[in-house]
Design a binder for this molecule. Structure first.
Ligand SMILES: [Zn+2]
Length: 186
């Protein structure tokens, strides 16, 4: 490339073409620049004025905004998501002889911790949903009529679970324990 340009420069005809081309480019750039100069000058003046402009802030604004900033900073920190805890992948388990699945609700305004939502029981035999009925005498039964699975309660007679709310609470407790002692499997 370099030798080609050099050769072209030595060539009397080509050198004139290149020289006039360069002049044309520089000349038009200069004309453009000079033509725009008043505008550029104006712009520079405006920027300078902005830089030296004195802003008057009323005292009450400072008095109000300082506590507001102090309040807002922790709030922003709350809103920035932290790295997700590993237990959020723990969404199913066999607890008290029942297959449970659930989701997690993120911490929010009402609750500063992750909480279990949509806790759902399934039959370990056929994977159908289980029905919890407080009044049928049998708390848990499989909705699949052709499934002969029956819930076998563990523990002594005194510890028998007779209400769905009690069952849910116990499952909750087991999940809570497992995420805190690291026993859970994802
Ligand atoms: Zn079943």
């Amino acid at each position: 490339m370099k030798t080609l340009v050099f050769k072209a420069w030595k060539d009397p005809v080509l050198s004139k073409v290149i020289a006039s081309g360069l002049l044309l480019v520089c000349g038009s750039f200069g004309a453009w620049f000079l033509g725009l100069w008043p505008e550029i000058y104006e712009l520079l003046l405006t920027v300078l004025e902005l830089v030296v402009y004195e802003v008057q802030i009323p005292l009450w604004l400072i008095v109000v905004s300082v506590p507001l900033l102090i309040f807002i900073v922790p709030l922003i920190r709350l809103l920035i998501p932290e790295q997700e805890p590993r237990f959020l992948k723990y969404r199913s388990d066999n607890i008290l002889g029942i297959d449970w699945s659930w989701g997690w609700s993120s911490p929010n305004f009402h609750n500063d911790k992750y909480s279990i939502r949509d806790l759902h029981p399934r039959c370990p035999n056929c994977k159908s949903s289980l029905e919890l009925n407080d009044y049928s005498g049998q708390l848990v039964h499989c909705i699949n009529d052709s499934c002969n699975w029956q819930w076998q309660q563990q523990g002594s007679f005194n510890n028998r679970i007779s209400h769905s709310s009690e069952l849910n609470q116990k499952v909750w407790n087991v999940i809570d324990r497992k995420i805190h002692n690291g026993e859970f499997k994802t």
